[in-house]
Design a binder for this molecule. Structure first.
Ligand SMILES: Cc1cc2nc3c(=O)[nH]c(=O)nc-3n(C[C@H](O)[C@H](O)[C@H](O)COP(=O)(O)OP(=O)(O)OC[C@H]3O[C@@H](n4cnc5c(N)ncnc54)[C@H](O)[C@@H]3O)c2cc1C
Ligand SMILES: NC(=O)c1ccc[n+]([C@@H]2O[C@H](COP(=O)([O-])OP(=O)(O)OC[C@H]3O[C@@H](n4cnc5c(N)ncnc54)[C@H](OP(=O)(O)O)[C@@H]3O)[C@@H](O)[C@H]2O)c1
Length: 441
């Protein structure tokens, strides 16, 4: 259990997902090398360490090489590598025998938890941060007050000289479903496992389920529903004409290298936008090819058996979602023919992706000093002269730093860059960021 400090921390990390976990390691490494003692606290709203815990279905695999763990790209000799985790867990030989670069996500979650346990003294779970506020000092705002609410609903406050905000994505709820937020029959894929555990199909009762979306989450939900619940009929409902494969070919994968961040950041705005748009199909609205082939196989076998259990409803725009006692009725328009079709479902799963907006809400009290949240190359938000305390963002700078920003790809390098910037800031005392700034996503 972490004891809170009355004196200001040197840094408070908001969220303790992979980004801030990588930062905790980089700070420890640099602190030891520089002989600099610092006080860090990481707050996470979850009760314990989980990496997208409600999406960890059996078949889900890491979409990146395990060598892109929290440290290896920067320091392959670090004790926090995935390989060292395997060795300590007694599975190194077995993992080698598997012959894969892509462990299941349950195992990578276990690795991340294993690292998080080693930083337990710096972590406080069950703390939802609600706002970061300026605290005025003699020479300007050199301290920040981080407000949070604990699991018992008690408000807490921590003072700090700097904040690293790494709160990840927020489930995107399409506006057609906004009015159904309180309805237990409609939920986002981010809640998949806990919500499915409550459904009648766990007792083998028939259910008709809609999965909305055509990305990796939708594909994984479809496969899990097909494999785990023989009594369900699933309709995949997507706007696109087909499921498209994620491009993870070797030349394209170069865009996820740490060196590529410099190239993207230094491009003029219009070129950078074009670069990011050109490679959207590495990450968004795309599915791992092997999974597409499995799904195609399931629909093909239905045709052979002349038993249409599941539906593949592509080119469909959802006009409306309406709740009644009998279920959720979706009004679907075929975008090719204009035909309208209504269908009732027992459950609607929204695999509709994520938005990156929580930084704006949490930093709202600071926006007067932080302006449009432009970040420097070192991920520090450029601030007006009165704000001396440092604010950094991880995972909100895709528009300036490239497509790797929301992924695991550059975590070791980014963590090192932020740690270096923080130590320089602490050593120099409060000062303004010098780096050229760019606007965030
Ligand atoms: C299902 C899924 C699978 C993915 N798989 C891969 C993959 O295989 N490879 C890859 O490169 N990327 C993958 N990604 C992308 C993902 O963004 C990164 O893997 C990684 O999780 C980013 O780490 P993060 O710490 O920035 O954000 P997150 O992992 O989202 O962590 C954010 C943390 O902040 C906490 N938090 C949020 N708000 C608050 C608050 N107000 N107060 C306190 N705590 C808060 C959350 O509880 C969470 O622990 C996946 C994403 C999803 C949704
Ligand atoms: N195994 C894994 O590692 C794993 C598993 C799951 C997710 N992930 C990662 O998580 C990230 C997000 O993936 P994701 O699949 O959740 O999201 P995504 O790739 O952003 O896909 C979202 C899907 O929802 C659709 N959509 C969005 N708004 C909609 C609306 N209003 N109406 C209808 N459809 C709508 C999109 O359609 P359009 O295409 O028409 O916009 C798209 O098909 C990616 O980085 C992915 O790789 C990884």
């Amino acid at each position: 259990m972490t004891a809170f400090n009355a004196a200001p921390y040197d840094v408070v990390g908001i969220g303790f997902g992979p980004s801030n976990l990588a930062l905790a390691i980089a700070l420890q490494e640099q602190g030891a090398a520089r002989g600099h003692h610092y006080r860090a606290l990481f707050l996470d709203k979850q009760q314990d360490y989980r990496w997208h815990g409600n999406t960890l279905v059996n078949q889900s695999e890491l979409q990146i090489s395990f060598l892109k763990d929290l440290v290896t790209l920067r320091n392959p000799t670090s004790p926090y590598s995935f390989v060292n985790y395997l060795r300590e867990e007694g599975r190194l030989v077995d993992f080698i025998n598997l012959g894969t670069f892509y462990p299941c996500r349950m195992e990578f979650n276990d690795y991340l938890r294993w690292v998080a346990e080693r930083f337990a003294s710096q972590a406080a779970y069950g703390h939802t941060v609600t706002a970061v506020e300026p605290v005025a000092g003699a020479n300007g705002i050199d301290t920040l007050r981080v407000h949070s609410v604990d699991a018992q609903g008690r408000e807490q406050q921590q003072l700090t000289r700097s904040v690293v905000l790494s709160t990840g994505g927020t489930p995107r709820i399409p506006q057609q479903f906004a009015h159904l937020r309180g309805d237990a029959r409609v939920f986002h894929h981010a809640q998949y496992l806990e919500r499915m555990a409550q459904q009648p199909c766990t007792r083998h009762e028939p259910m008709r389920i809609a999965v909305v979306g055509g990305g990796q989450s939708a594909a994984e939900a479809f496969i899990d529903l097909n494999d785990s619940y023989p009594s369900v009929q699933v309709d995949m409902i997507l706007r696109a004409a087909v499921l498209k494969p994620a491009d993870d070919s070797p030349f394209v994968n170069d865009i996820f290298s740490p060196a590529y961040t410099d190239l993207v950041f230094n491009e003029p705005d219009s070129e950078r936008e074009q670069l990011i748009a050109e490679f959207q199909n590495t990450n968004y609205s795309v599915v791992d090819l092997g999974l597409i082939e499995r799904i195609y196989g399931i629909f093909y076998r239905q045709k052979v058996a002349r038993q249409a259990r599941h539906g593949f409803l592509c080119r469909r725009h959802i006009e409306r979602g309406e709740a009644s006692a009998e279920g959720i009725e979706l009004t679907l328009r075929d975008t090719a023919t204009g035909d309208i079709h209504r269908q009732r479902y027992d459950l609607v799963i929204l695999a509709t992706g994520y938005e990156r907006t929580s930084h704006r809400q949490l930093l709202a009290p600071l926006l007067e000093s932080l302006g449009d949240l432009s970040v420097g190359r070192d991920y520090r938000v450029q601030a007006a002269p009165q704000l001396k305390a440092a604010v950094y963002l991880q995972g909100f700078s895709q528009a300036s730093h490239g497509l790797s920003d929301t992924l695991l790809s550059v975590l070791p390098a980014r963590a090192e860059e932020i740690a270096t910037s923080l130590f320089e800031y602490w050593q120099a005392g409060a000062r303004q960021p010098q780096a050229l700034a760019r606007q965030t996503a």
